[in-house]
Design a protein around this ligand. Structure first.
Ligand code: NI
Length: 129
């Protein structure tokens, strides 16, 4: 492998707190496998949706709640943080097929009034060593 590339990699992983290259490679490989797991779309996956919104935004909160109730089987839990006088942060944990979790995440993030949203695709861990 290119020595320059390896050196840059070592500098980066050291600043991230890794003490050796194999531990960093293990995490990178796992992350890659989790992404492929979602691509294959078989079996159960877990995802987290992070939303930031202004709770004064008209009917936004009730739309988000309605959406979660309509697919309550896929919603594991949610946490709400009042960031300041206007803004709320909500983290929603979803579980189900990749298609279901992805579509639910996209609908929550796409709800009018949501300022920032992010779906993190993770795994139940069963398929990983
Ligand atoms: Ni709030």
């Amino acid at each position: 492998m290119d020595q320059e590339l390896l050196r840059a990699f070592d500098v980066r992983i050291t600043s991230a707190g890794y003490t050796n290259r194999s531990a960093a490679l293990r995490d990178i490989i796992r992350d890659y496998l989790v992404e492929r797991e979602w691509d294959r779309a078989t079996g159960e996956v877990v995802g987290t949706v992070t939303l930031v919104y202004d709770h004064h935004s008209r009917e936004l909160e009730s739309r988000l709640i309605e959406l979660q109730h309509s697919r309550h089987d896929a919603v594991v839990c949610s946490t709400h943080v009042h960031l300041d006088a206007h803004h709320c942060l909500e983290v929603i944990v979803l579980r189900g097929s990749a298609e279901e979790v992805r579509s639910m995440g996209e609908r929550l993030i796409g709800t009018r009034g949501v300022k920032h949203g992010k779906l993190t695709c993770t795994t139940t861990g069963r398929g990983l060593a």
